[in-house]
Ligand binder design. Sequence first.
Ligand code: COA
Length: 260
Amino acid sequence: MSYQNILTSTSDGITTITINRPNKLNALNKATIQELHEALSEANDDSDTKVIILTGSGEKAFVAGADISEFADFDVENGGKLAAKGQELLFDFVEHLSTPVIAAVNGFALGGGLELAMSCHFRLASDNARMGLPEVSLGVIPGYGGTQRLPQLIGKGRAMEMVMTAGMIDANQALSYGLVNHVTSQDELLALAEKIASKIMRNSSVAIKGAIKAINANYTDGINGYEIEIDQFGKCFGTEDFKEGTSAFLEKRRADFPGK
Ligand code: COA
């Protein structure tokens, strides 16, 4: 499929999706959100894709937020719809994909940009990256899950301070907060993401899918994560991957998982 606002490429089991509006610091307009939904959906259903890497084009930004020019004249009803539609199409959607999604944060990740990175399963950053939720400086609050995922990832007090001050933190502070797992130079960011992806790909994709479901259950209201874990754990015993993984261990060889 061809896209206007994003680039996609697949090789060696990795689909890289690059948000490509560098002149607007990759700000998320409606069309980009829709394209990301389609590309992520396609990659998640593609048997050749074992890991998805999400990044931004250019040297300056991952994503500098939702596109402010698109919602500046919205009323209460349209504001609510904007958040609901975005969360459904992109932010909740990414979090619940069964294929691992790594955010490679290559510069500014602000507002919707940080919210998108936080929706990914985990994050790496380049050392020039700067992250924040500046919405209150525009008279709104984060509307793409930021008020929920930021405290989950860094704790309530730090999230309150970041949101209230509308300030930015640098990559090393994000690392010390646990908001990103690794920091590297911009030149090496994608290579690091690919190296981690290749470690993931050695393991059972079916088991990883179950693990994502169980971990996400911990953050879903009204669901008992321990019960989801028990259910997913039990299901693993009916998979070919389980037979291969345990046989390979007992035969002292490396597992070659069929992914079923
Ligand atoms: N929405 C729409 N356009 C955006 C944008 C956004 N969130 N962020 C940046 N842009 C556009 C700018 O309007 C500018 O476009 P122009 O050249 O047509 O005027 C272009 O991207 C470059 O941005 P600019 O502000 O000139 O770059 P800078 O280096 O001076 O500043 C930032 C970088 C990230 C500090 C600044 O762009 C910024 O504060 N962006 C908004 C961040 C934000 O509040 N995000 C949350 C939105 S809810």
